[in-house]
Design a protein around this ligand. Structure first.
Ligand code: C2E
Ligand code: MG
Ligand code: MG
Length: 630
């Protein structure tokens, strides 16, 4: 399927009494990767709804017992707050039928035809949006329960409405209205864990050209269509502010998304909605857009988020448009916040506030534990901060050196503790900033940590980003060779994003290429990503290097990577990064789920015995762990 965010194979319920159409739809959609369960009436659909858990429902508008619109309304009523999209299938697209379908609770309307690709795309988009919506709704519910502040948010929304800060053309909030509502939502937001507030700044590509060539009426019509599509894509989401900021610039603020990735998916949903051709007075054209995303876990000023999203947007435009970019860096509401944060970070090491979480790296052929990546967290007051909130700040000062040395020491000490307890962790990888390479203290700290733990030097792998290393390749080369003499392993992180020169790559004393998550994300849906991964694995093989794929989230990505000959995989499909104390339990659960004999590299260790009766839950493909073995 073409859609960049289409979920992997999913199942829908078809309510259709005509056996010929039943057959055609089942066959047609199967070819597009969609499984179809058929029932002949609304009553049967309601019966099987609870048992089947379909990702979407297709309803024929003309059913024997009354019509399909009533069936749609009954199904919607039965679903309650379950976000399952319903698409009404009708013989023709007259306006009355379309209106009736939406009044009956349908999410979309489709004219019966043999255009399976189109129908499959429409279904995929609806399913992806519904999943995002239900993630947001449940994350939002948790938030509301914790705070009971939903009322305040809606009061702010009412205030903004009452003040009539509306854009006359689209009916969206104007810039002033948006800023007010968005700031209200941010003030009330109290996200925790991986939740974040997200701002999407959406700018139409080459809109001026359209205005100049087709005239301002066509331009206005396009802007209204863009607003409608975005509205439809995200309608009814709680904690949302939408505004038209300037001529062709729109903004959407999500008060709380479950993860930063959800914001990227929301951006993909918006981009795909906009990519469909626009019909303007009989003339069809495509109006693409670029999106900048800013994320925050800290309550902060909307203006500061706008600046960051604006920078990310410039990146998206520079990349050629029709794409989304996320701002990477710290988000404080003001210089003062930043100053405070910097001071606190200075004290974090002395106060023992830094933590390492560990994410397993797995050999996909044998399901052995190949290693762990240590990822830094900061326990700051009562919040656990993630690297994107403090590493960029640390990188601007010499703090990043002390932090890196601490991480090497702590990761090796922890590995030694695990091994003493019987868990054979083969390697541990620590992320090091490229500037640190030039500091003689790094090699000293590495040698000292290896000596005091008695671990073999090849237990430690240091990860350096490809972009960092390539920025000043001549300097990097010398330092990397120096480190290599200690016997540690070296990895190029986020590989594929940094335009490596092949000539230099052959000279670098590295052992591993970690393929950037952005390529893995689009495997299966995007032929280019597949080609990139194939080239990287072939290149690595030719140079005698090992490959690790980052960010593996679905079973189908895993299958593709296995087929492409990737050596190791890492991602939420297996485990999220976890505190050291949680690893033994994860490990025994993982062994219990893997068919056949499995052990950490180096043999099954005593004390970590497989649990034969570990429950294998029938989960959806996109859900971690369960997806591997259903
Ligand atoms: P990285 O080294 O590329 O680390 C992988 C990041 O991807 C981690 O985010 C991890 O949680 C996330 N990840 C892993 N699997 C998945 C997946 O299946 N899906 C998704 N969506 N994400 C996945 P995290 O922990 O937030 O770290 C972000 C970055 O911060 C790291 O990227 C690394 O560049 C930097 N970092 C982390 N710890 C340290 C450190 O100790 N020192 C330095 N200098 N940088 C660090
Ligand atoms: Mg890394
Ligand atoms: Mg990486």
């Amino acid at each position: 399927m073409d859609s960049p965010f289409a979920p992997h194979r999913f199942r829908i319920l078809l309510v259709e009494d005509d056996p010929a159409w039943q057959h055609l739809i089942v066959e047609g959609l199967a070819e597009q990767g969609i499984d179809v369960q058929t029932v002949g009436s609304a009553a049967r659909a309601i019966e099987s709804l609870d048992a089947a858990f379909p990702a979407a429902v297709l309803v024929d508008a003309f059913l024997p017992e009354g019509n399909g619109f009533d069936a749609c309304a009954r199904l919607r009523g039965h679903m309650g707050d379950r976000a399952i999209p319903i698409v009404v299938l009708a013989g023709q697209d007259n306006e009355a039928s379309i209106e009736r379908a939406f009044e009956s609770g349908a999410s979309d309307f489709f004219v019966k035809s043999l255009q399976w690709k189109l129908l499959a795309q429409r279904l995929s988009q609806l399913v992806a949006t519904a999943r995002l919506r239900s993630e947001i709704v449940s994350s939002r519910r948790r938030l509301d329960r914790a705070k009971g502040l939903a009322a305040r948010a809606s009061q702010t929304a009412r205030e903004a409405r009452d003040l009539a800060w509306r854009d006359a053309l689209t009916g969206w909030l104007s810039r002033t209205g948006f800023l007010k509502l968005a700031q209200g939502l941010l003030d009330d937001s109290q996200v925790s864990g991986e939740q974040r507030a997200a701002l999407l700044l959406i700018d139409l590509d080459r809109f001026k050209r359209l205005n100049d060539s087709l005239g301002t009426d066509a331009g206005d019509e396009t802007l209204c269509e863009v607003a409608n599509r975005l509205q439809r894509a995200f309608r009814n989401l709680p904690g949302l502010a939408m505004g038209r900021l300037a001529s062709d610039e729109f903004a959407i603020l999500f008060q709380s998304l479950p993860t930063g990735r959800a914001a990227e998916r929301a951006a993909q949903i918006a981009l795909t909605a906009l990519r469909r051709p626009i019909d303007c007075g009989g003339l069809e054209f495509v109006q693409s857009a670029s999106i900048g995303i800013a994320l925050t876990r800290i309550p902060c000023g909307i203006e500061s988020m706008m600046v960051k999203a604006g920078q990310a947007l410039s990146g998206a435009k520079l990349a050629g448009g029709n794409t989304a970019r996320t701002f990477v860096g710290t988000l404080g509401s003001s210089d003062r916040d930043r100053f405070d944060l910097e001071n606190a970070l200075h004290q974090a090491l002395d106060r023992d506030e830094l933590r390492l979480h560990y994410q397993p790296i797995i050999d996909p052929a044998t399901h052995r534990l190949a290693g762990l990546e240590a990822l830094m967290r900061w326990q700051h007051d009562d919040r656990l901060l993630y690297p994107d909130e403090f590493i960029p700040l640390a990188e601007e000062t010499s703090l990043i050196f002390r932090m890196g040395e601490w991480a090497v020491g702590e990761a090796l000490r922890q590995t030694s503790r695990w091994r003493e307890a019987g868990l054979m962790v083969p390697t541990v990888s620590v992320n090091i900033h490229v500037r640190h390479l030039e500091q003689p203290e790094l090699a000293e700290a590495v040698s000292k940590a290896l000596e005091s733990t008695g671990l073999d030097s090849s237990t430690l792998e240091l990860e350096l980003t490809e972009t960092g290393v390539m920025r000043d390749i001549k300097r990097s080369l010398g330092s990397l060779h120096g480190l290599k003499q200690l016997g540690v392993r070296l990895a190029l992180d986020d590989f594929g994003t940094g335009y490596s020169s092949l000539a230099y790559l052959t000279q670098l004393p590295i052992d591993t290429l970690k393929i950037d998550r952005s390529f893995i994300d689009q495997l299966g849906e995007n032929g280019q990503s597949r080609a990139v991964v194939r080239s990287i694995t072939a290149l690595a093989q030719a140079l005698g290097l090992s490959t690790v794929a980052e960010g593996v989230e679905t079973r189908s990505q895993l299958d593709s990577l296995r087929a492409l000959g990737c050596n190791e995989v890492q991602g939420y499909l297996f485990a999220r990064p976890m505190p050291a104390d949680d690893l033994p339990q994860w490990w025994s659960g993982f062994q219990g789920m893997v068919p056949g004999p499995v052990s950490a590299r180096g043999g099954k260790p005593p004390g970590f015995v497989a649990r034969g009766n570990f429950p294998i839950l029938p989960m959806a493909d996109s859900s971690p762990l369960g997806a591997i073995y259903v």
